[in-house]
Write a protein that binds this ligand. Sequence first.
Ligand code: URP
Ligand code: ZN
Ligand code: ZN
Length: 468
Amino acid sequence: MYLLIKGGTVVTATGAHPADVLVEGERIAGLFSPDSTPPVEGAQVVDASGKYVIPGAVDVHTHMQLPFGGTSASDTFETGTRAAAFGGTTTIVDFAVQRTGERIPDGLAAWHAKADGNCHIDYGFHMIIGGVDDESLKAMDSLVDAEGISSFKLFMAYPGVFYSDDGQILRAMQKARDNGSMIMMHAENGIAIDVLIGQALARGETDPINHGLTRPAELEAEATRRAISLAQVAGDTPLYIVHLSASQALEAVAAARDTGRNVFAETCPQYLYLTLEDQLGAPGFEGAKWVCSTPLRSKHEPHQRDLWRGLRTNDLAVVSTDHCPFCFREQKELGIGDFSKIPNGIGGVEHRVDLLYQGVVDGKLSLARWVETLATTPARMFGLYPRKGVLAPGSDADIVVYDPNGRTRISVDTHHMNMDHSAYEGYEIAGKVDAVISRGTVLVANNTFHGHKGHGRYLPRGLSTYLL
Ligand code: URP
Ligand code: ZN
Ligand code: ZN
């Protein structure tokens, strides 16, 4: 069974050139300059004239069905991976959770049970370690060796929920150094933040904007610096800072990278486009839609300018979504009268490819860097390359045809995520996902979904190849 994607401009992390892409079964068979494409009898043809052909995007930060904040993230693996596919994402790496007091194998088994047979696109897991102790440290080894999980998220935030103290973090980092895995860090000083939250509530400051005001940029930067120091003390453990939002935190990452350290970071579209004042500070309780951690930052400070620059210079290596959707009704509303009870998270798994393409249109990012930060680096960073993240012979045929002349209007009325609002309501994007192919199967064409749940397979991951 052959599929030929014909007449497009292939964009990779190294540049753009006209090429036809031939798919045989689930894999890419070859790329051909248009005048040398061999005739393939009976091939299904996808016309990509005037369009870009890019590797399927890889979102390495999602939280499908995460129990959090007194409720659960509203996208299931089924609805969330379908929405992801609509937006050009063909692989996710979701966070399996060890809740405090739970054994890691039990937490992992629960995550497999949620995802197995329900996904429309391929998926892997990181593991959140909710309790660093002798048993969980040992389990880290078996996850790397036997389960294809080579990255572990720790939290310097959320005391009493996922929080690890510095001693626990150091021990987990030492373990990761020994088994070659990556530590992913939620870098915010949660102990200090909880003091600020208590003080704000005592003053009667209960609106959603106080979520941002009690999580100042300096407490993200302080935690980022501390994580970098702990990783150094552990023996230069590879460290990946998740959902980086503040200039000061970026500065700390850049300084570490300048000295050759294995320190990496991602940001997310919400930090590139949305702000504390315009979204979190929306009138009444509306701002709850944008409560996430790290929080949206002030438009009066140069965070967004610096994040775009960081993406260009590779101090920010990846853009992921931190997709953690909650409906406004009944979920975000849990925090009416107390911002600290608003479930933390924004949904956006469907919009990352489009939103970042806007950076290309605006001259903030090159086409090659668009692909690199969405697909190639995430795949390399988390042990999925060259199976994912690249258009090359032998790679999985995960391919997106992207129409630079199309337009996308983001709205709750048209999105496919299981949310009753959109964080980007009314945004008009130049560019549009035209067709989405996962392992040789056309999932999306002409705005119509042709996939089926269960097509997506679990991806055991290797160690990061970004370091070697
Ligand atoms: O607000 C967020 N980011 N919710 C999801 C959990 C996390 O910290 O990534
Ligand atoms: Zn986090
Ligand atoms: Zn997250």
